[in-house]
Design a protein around this ligand. Structure first.
Ligand SMILES: [Zn+2]
Length: 169
């Protein structure tokens, strides 16, 4: 489970999707938003940005902010260390990468959409977004994500001055 809530700026869309999959309530800011609006809407959320100027302004406004590098694995490692995000996919707690809604774990007979036959036949459990109706399953994409997470864990171990949790589960 993820206790932290985030507001991710428009430069880090991939990171936002990842945080949602890890179960974190994550809003994504429209690229056209003004900085002042970003700061206002970050109430109660940790702002994540690659913009150093925005980091300075956030700190001046008392907004909790994490500056992240461009590379995805490094950025995830920094957020994990800084905000205590567990680097583990718990399907029951994941959020939709597209719309941030909590996903439902659904058995095959209840999958609402027509999926490719081979997918339907080779999987029994699916994740369904009750809001945008996206369907996810534990295919090669999922295994690649686990690989990415183990890379992120390695990076987190060698972060300079990292705070947050060291929980590797
Ligand atoms: Zn959705």
């Amino acid at each position: 489970m993820c206790d932290a809530k985030f507001l991710v700026d428009s430069m880090s869309g991939k990171l936002a999707k990842w945080l949602r999959i890890l179960g974190c309530d994550t809003e994504y800011v429209n690229p056209k938003e003004e900085d002042s609006l970003i700061l206002r809407s970050s109430t109660g959320r940790i702002l994540i940005t690659r913009d150093r100027e925005l980091v300075k302004r956030a700190i001046n406004h008392g907004v909790r902010v994490i500056y992240v590098p461009e590379q995805l694995e490094e950025a995830l490692a920094v957020v994990s260390a800084g905000a205590g995000v567990k680097l583990r996919i718990d399907p029951g707690g994941s959020r939709c990468p597209f719309c941030n809604t909590k996903l439902d774990v659904v058995r095959r007979p209840r999958v609402p959409r027509e999926l490719p036959k081979e997918v339907l036949h080779s999987h029994t459990r699916f994740l369904v977004c009750p809001s945008c109706k996206s369907v996810f399953w534990f295919g090669s994409h999922y295994w690649n994500m686990l690989k990415t997470l183990s890379e992120v864990k390695k990076k987190r171990r060698i972060l300079p001055l990292s705070g947050g949790t060291r929980d590797d589960r």
